[in-house]
Design a protein around this ligand. Structure first.
Ligand SMILES: N[C@@H](CCC(=O)N[C@@H](CS)C(=O)NCC(=O)O)C(=O)O
Length: 305
């Protein structure tokens, strides 16, 4: 069986993106609930060290990051498309805008909700987001809130002509990207309602994106997912872009890690495929056998070992 399995917890804004992708495409998928903090032994057994949320699995293929999850779902299930206005490159580029938007929400949450986090959760997030000084972040609280509001003002502008979705009549990846931050801000921080009170087009648009749903979910255990990884047969072909600036050879030993805003873990393996937009690495796991871990290129660092 090589159906889609998502490793996640629902409170994550990035999980919400994956759920709306399943919803837009009306896909059936299976859910493994992960812990919100380390340790996550089942997830890191599968990924080889990546601990972020969410992670998509299909047999012995593991897809890291919602950017790549979008790409893989679109490849497997092209209709309905995530790109209704045919702006594929631009819409993927907006993933980076989505990350900036998330940063504003994150800094706001650390300020407003952080003081009520229990010690274990606070310590985990401080290690994860080590580019932010938790002790000093309150000095910049108002600034973070202005940034969140500015991003929301862009959405309000885009929706001001009465369109249903950001690109027009149909929902797409760009709506899913943008939706997750106001969703999280409203859910976690009551002050958000007042901050966004003047942005009238946002709530009905948010409701339309939420109404995409999550496709058809079935809960399973991590043991079932790991058993499928053990039985799976990933594609072991190699394909390295001859013009790639890193000049790596097929099966070179590499480490891959996020080069963006959080320390979500390093994965070591043998390089199978490397293109301008994707990375695939083979892990030979003592319990699971051959696992191929796929990453987006944008925002991920590949280092020779
Ligand atoms: N660029 C990644 C970001 C994922 C991310 O930062 N997820 C957060 C959850 S919202 C996370 O990993 N938190 C720590 C954890 O779940 O262990 C993606 O799009 O998937």
């Amino acid at each position: 069986m090589t159906g889609l399995i998502l490793h996640h917890y629902d409170a994550s804004p990035f999980t919400q993106k994956a759920l709306r992708m399943f919803g837009l495409k009306q896909l059936a998928w299976r859910s493994v609930e992960t812990p919100m903090i380390m340790p996550k032994p089942d997830l890191t057994r599968l990924t080889g060290g990546y601990r972020g949320t969410p992670v998509l699995q299909s047999g012995a293929d593991v897809y890291i990051d919602t950017q790549l999850i979008a790409r893989e779902l679109e490849r497997r299930h092209p209709r309905p498309t995530l790109f209704p206005a045919d702006n594929r490159g631009l819409d993927y580029a907006l993933v980076k805008w989505g990350d900036d938007f998330f940063q504003a929400g994150l800094e706001m949450a650390i300020n407003l909700v952080g003081p009520s986090w229990d010690n274990a959760f606070a310590a985990d997030r401080e290690a994860l987001f080590d580019h932010l000084s938790f002790a000093r972040i309150s000095e910049d609280a108002s600034h973070a809130i202005t940034q969140l509001r500015a991003h929301c003002a862009l959405l309000e502008d885009q929706l001001a002509d009465g369109r249903a979705f950001l690109s027009g009549d149909e929902p797409g990846l760009v709506d899913i990207q943008a939706f997750s931050v106001p969703w999280f801000a409203r859910a976690a921080m009551p002050v958000t309602e007042k901050l966004l009170a003047r942005f009238d087009s946002l709530p009905p648009w948010e409701a339309r994106v939420a109404a995409l749903g999550e496709g058809i979910r079935t809960d399973i255990t991590a043991a079932v997912a790991l058993a499928e990884a053990r039985l799976g047969q990933p594609d072991l072909s190699t394909n390295i872009d001859a013009d790639d600036p890193l000049g790596l050879q097929p099966l070179a030993k590499v480490a891959v890690e996020p080069a963006d805003f959080s320390r979500r873990g390093v994965v070591e393996g043998e390089l199978l495929r490397l293109t301008p937009l994707t990375i695939a690495v083979l892990r030979r796991d003592s319990e699971l056998g051959d696992i191929v871990v796929h990453f987006p290129r944008l925002g991920y660092r590949v280092s020779p070992l």
